[in-house]
Write a protein that binds this ligand. Structure first.
Ligand code: ATR
Length: 283
């Protein structure tokens, strides 16, 4: 839908929402492509998600992204949930269909995987065991994406082990759950390590993990993007491991959303990445 008789509208719904960097990215694309449109942050209080989502169609929105705390709640509201969102257990992107019905999917996994592929074109999911730290919503998207890419072994560790057990059961595939007390040992022989916990985010203490056993060539990723370099990533970089931060995951989930909303696939360019990095560093 690129009919320029109509102003192109999309949004992110969250509570709080003003910290989100996604409006900067989407509005960069509207400007770059010379399109009349806007992507707006909508502060939607918990409990009011349903009327907010139902208002998208009459207001002329093509769809929206969802962030904390709405990703799970949307599952029971939209008219159709695709298999990806069902497997991950959360909706990150809502598409308004021409008849006003709402379709929910999840692009977070694509953001994680496509960012990896752009930054490390030789990366392969089956290069060796992948350790994933954390078992929340971010972890579900990461594990789902890694398995879709053909990961042969995921070592999942979470402070609350039961949550990791449930994740492994829900998503299926070669995921082995280890106790939190073994988080340092499981890094032994890992080809990749991913932090999906909240530890290391601004205002949170660093992730309590020692990287000593991690092979020096293992790829180390964090899905946090504020700060751009978490203490976990800094420790990995200082010992020579290649690293990848969480900003690319955000950038690369915008592209599939645009394809679904507007039938356009905007590029994740160095200029856009730099603009986003600057906004985080200047905050
Ligand atoms: P998200 O949806 O962003 O992944 P979440 O569902 O709140 O957020 O998950 C946060 C993750 O960080 C969980 O894996 C959580 O572990 P628990 O399941 O045990 O709560 C992890 N986490 C939070 N605080 C932590 C801490 N102090 N040490 C280790 N892990 C922590």
């Amino acid at each position: 839908m690129t009919d320029q008789q109509r102003f192109m509208l999309a949004a992110v719904m969250g509570w709080p929402v003003m910290h989100s960097r996604s409006p900067l990215m989407h509005n960069f694309w509207f400007n770059k492509l010379g399109l009349a449109g806007a992507y707006v942050p909508l502060a939607i209080e918990p409990g009011t998600l349903e009327p907010a989502l139902r208002a998208l169609h009459p207001l002329g929105f093509a769809g929206c992204n969802l962030t904390i705390p709405h990703k799970q709640d949307a599952m029971a509201i939209v008219d159709e949930v695709d298999d990806t969102a069902k497997a991950i257990g959360a909706i990150s992107c809502v598409v308004v269909r021409p008849d006003g019905s709402l379709f929910g999917t999840n692009n977070d996994w694509l953001g994680f995987i496509n960012n990896l592929k752009q930054q490390y074109p030789d990366w392969r999911a089956d290069a060796g065991p992948i350790t994933v730290l954390g078992a929340g919503g971010g972890s579900r998207a990461v594990c789902y994406g890694l398995l879709r890419e053909g990961a042969s072994e995921i070592r999942l560790v979470n402070r609350t082990q039961q949550r990791a057990d449930v994740l492994a059961r829900n998503i299926g595939g070669p995921i082995s759950v280890y106790p939190w007390s073994e988080r340092n040992e499981v890094l032994d022989g890992s080809a990749m390590a991913v932090n999906t916990t909240s530890q290391g985010m601004i205002g949170e203490p660093p992730l309590d993990v020692m990287l000593d056993r991690l092979p020096a060539d293992a790829l180390v990723a964090d899905i946090i993007y504020i700060p751009l370099e978490t203490p976990f990533l800094e420790a990995a970089r200082l010992r020579g491991n290649p690293t990848i931060n969480g900003l690319g995951m955000l950038l690369h989930q915008g592209r599939p959303a645009w394809r679904m909303w507007f039938d356009i696939e905007p590029e994740v360019t160095a200029e856009l990445t730099e603009r986003m990095e600057r906004s985080i560093l200047d905050a």
